[in-house]
Design a protein around this ligand. Structure first.
Ligand code: GCW
Length: 687
């Protein structure tokens, strides 16, 4: 009998433990607080959004009663639609005041975050106003549920089952976004399938919008510019054609009849094979304005992408500027130009795009890539807040010193009707949402910076770690250091000193600096970007070269254009530098390149070591997941170093300094490495 009791007890313990383990599969993201509280919460207004705020607090808040208060506009004007104040004392009572119900929701999540991170103080007096009005995730999700540049499984949107079957993950996704202030979601890929605008798909979109609504999350769609032709059967999609204009007006009316709070359109036009107004001899402004006019009566916006380039003789990095600057001032006030952070394409490091600030009379927004297309997919741990902040804090000098990208885009220096910021999502249907547990931090960081770009990378990492893992300081300190070091590590082992786009063709995973693909587009080949020869390496973008430097405001044009003053971390972006050129360290370029790659490998190993030391503080499942990914990352770092150094050595003809680790690969073997995105994600490749 006793034995039976013991066995039962053991069994119970086992079940409890395994339940605990299962629960730590990453599916709860940073929202891991127990929902067993019974807080007293009152609100002076009832609505679906307020109900979410009330429920979140009721079930998680462990302090004194909370009052949610929508105040008169006159008292709360400065707070805008989404701002709020938190006041009171967690022991005696807290009041969250806002002008709008969304503000109450964000205030509720703020209070819960303070609780979860152990940051509650006796005297709460907080005012929060988001820096950008539109804080949006762009999903590159296709209707067949594949995701372009997605590394976390298939799309969350189960198009085939919608609108009848609603996955519980829609609400979980919306809740996660609301908790960090994200208020918009573009559901489909910018390489847009026109089908999304059929009544059949719009009914599905409506169902998703209905789930998102109580979380203050608006739905937007990417549209294919040729839709009136391909879907509507019109002879063309010319934005000045009356029939085309009418087609869009009707379509927009149809959408708003279904989704009254629909956000608007995102458009990739005349870029990488997508159709656009230029097909009809019209400009980007003609195209964007036509859509903007259709959306205007409903307060919808057009996010028109500046990611345009074609395989001409012109430097790819210059093309967006050249196309858009002549159109400055010609866009409607509900159009905002969506510009990637850098002039080429989401590289581990780029200078900021010279378009920021150059459009003086046109609204501009930044587009970041949260999904790690060029940063090791969901295999590598790379915390992106430092990358995001580097661009946001870059001074464009457009309105004199201090004209940071953040201040240009957030309305501080240029009053704007619409301010916005976008991140290309890294979510998918994998259990932990992002493929890598630490990739969740990039979703989190994007949201937090979209709310307040003045937060530091460290603060954000701190919050995220406490909520996602544990508040134990012995864990927090090293884990934070690890996160903060990871981006620079990645730059070092992939592309130090301003090198860029030397990835394997198409998959964009792993090194292929030798990449030259006969018959392919020159501007998709690594050799186009590094231009290595017997003299040196790097892209000459000075006046003697492509003159991309002239697109920057003074004094940046001079600084970037001067090999002696150009920041070394962008040196090979702007200059073709001799192998024997002396850098600030006293090393020649060649030696410095070797040392940087070597440092990258050592940094990757340090990430691994730091994580292994944390085993004690992390549940077994997530610990092992991250550990095995760090093993891949370290192996890949060595591969990057060997591939790049051995290949560039065929030009420099110089020895690899003896004080660094020797290559363990042979270049001929590396030339033969070829694999797909799927292979990379399955760790099914040899190098
Ligand atoms: O970087 C490139 C990607 C494409 C992407 C494109 C874009 C959605 O390789 O996959 O297409 O950028 O941003 O439009």
């Amino acid at each position: 009998m006793k034995k039976l009791l013991l066995l039962t007890l053991l069994g119970l313990v086992f079940v409890a433990l395994s339940f605990h383990m299962r629960a730590e599969d990453g599916s709860r993201l940073w929202l891991r607080a127990d929902a067993t509280a019974q807080a007293k919460v009152t609100a002076n207004k009832q609505s679906a959004i307020v109900a979410v705020a009330v429920k979140e607090l009721q079930t998680q808040w462990r302090g004194a009663p909370v009052q949610l208060k929508i105040a008169r506009a006159k008292d709360t004007q400065a707070l805008g639609k989404d701002g709020y104040t938190l006041a009171g004392n967690p022991q005696t009572g807290v009041t969250i005041t806002a002008a709008g119900e969304q503000g109450l929701l964000y205030g509720a999540y703020h209070l819960l975050r303070l609780q979860a991170t152990g940051a509650l103080t006796e005297n709460l007096r907080i005012t929060e106003i988001p820096k950008y009005q539109v804080r949006i995730l762009d999903h590159w999700d296709n209707l067949d549920r594949s995701i372009e540049r997605g590394y976390a499984g298939r799309s969350l949107w189960e198009w085939e089952r919608l609108p009848d079957t609603i996955s519980p993950r829609y609400a979980e996704y919306a809740r996660a976004n609301a908790s960090i202030g994200i208020n918009g979601s573009v559901l489909n890929n910018v390489n847009a399938n026109p089908q999304i605008l059929t009544p059949e798909y719009l009914a599905k979109v409506k169902a998703i919008a209905g789930i998102f609504r109580p979380y203050g999350l608006k739905v937007y769609l990417s549209v294919n510019f040729a839709s009136p032709k391909t879907l509507g059967g019109l002879p063309d999609a010319d934005p000045l054609n009356k029939e085309v204009i009418q087609w869009w007006k009707n379509k927009v009316k149809e959408i708003y009849a279904l989704i009254p709070d629909f956000g608007g359109f995102l458009v990739k036009a005349n870029s990488e094979g997508q159709s656009g107004p230029q097909d009809y001899g019209r400009t980007h402004a003609d195209g964007a304005n036509m859509l903007a006019d259709a959306l205007k009566p409903y307060k919808g916006i057009v996010m028109w992408r500046a990611f345009v380039y074609s395989p001409t003789k012109e430097d790819r990095a210059k093309q967006a500027y050249q196309e858009f600057v002549p159109l400055d001032g010609k866009f409607r006030d509900n159009v905002i130009i969506q510009i990637k952070n850098g002039p080429v394409d989401f590289q581990p490091r780029e200078p900021f795009s010279p378009l920021f600030g150059a459009l003086q009379h046109t609204q501009e927004m930044i587009e970041f890539q949260v999904t790690q297309e060029y940063l090791g997919f969901s295999n590598h741990l790379v915390y992106l807040a430092p990358l995001f902040k580097e661009t946001l804090e870059s001074d464009t000098y457009a309105n004199g010193p201090g004209s940071t990208v953040a201040k240009i885009t957030d309305g501080t220096l240029r009053p704007a009707k619409v301010t916005a910021i976008a991140g290309v999502a890294n979510t998918g249907d994998s259990t932990n949402w992002c493929g890598h547990h630490f990739a969740q931090a990039n979703w989190y960081a994007f949201g937090r910076l979209a709310w307040n770009h003045e937060l530091t990378s460290e603060q954000i990492a701190d919050e995220w770690l406490r909520m996602t893992f544990t508040a134990d300081e012995n864990f927090i300190r090293p884990a934070k250091e690890l996160m903060l070091a990871s981006r620079e590590a990645c730059v070092d082992y992939m592309m130090p000193l301003g090198l860029h786009h030397i990835f394997s063709f198409n998959a964009h995973y792993g090194p292929q600096p030798w990449g030259f693909y006969p018959g392919g587009r020159l501007d998709w080949m690594p050799v186009y970007y590094h231009k290595a020869d017997t003299i040196g390496v790097g892209f000459d973008r000075t006046g003697a070269g492509s003159d991309a430097v002239s697109q920057y405001f003074p004094p940046l044009n001079e600084i970037y254009g001067d090999i002696a003053r150009c920041p070394e971390n962008l040196l090979l972006w702007f200059h073709h530098v001799a192998w024997t050129y002396k850098l600030k360290s006293g090393n020649t370029l060649w030696d410095e390149l070797c040392y940087r790659y070597d440092r990258g490998v050592r940094e990757a190993r340090d990430l691994q070591k730091a994580w292994d030391r944390l085993e004690h503080y992390v549940d077994a499942e997530r610990f092992a997941d991250v550990q095995s990914k760090l093993q891949i990352q370290t192996k890949d770092a060595v591969w990057w170093k060997d591939a790049c150094l051995l290949y560039f050595q065929t030009f420099s003809k110089l020895p690899i300094p003896y004080d660094i680790e020797r290559p363990i690969h042979k270049l001929d073997d590396l030339y033969r490495v070829w694999f797909t995105q799927e292979d990379a994600l399955r760790n099914n490749y040899k190098h």
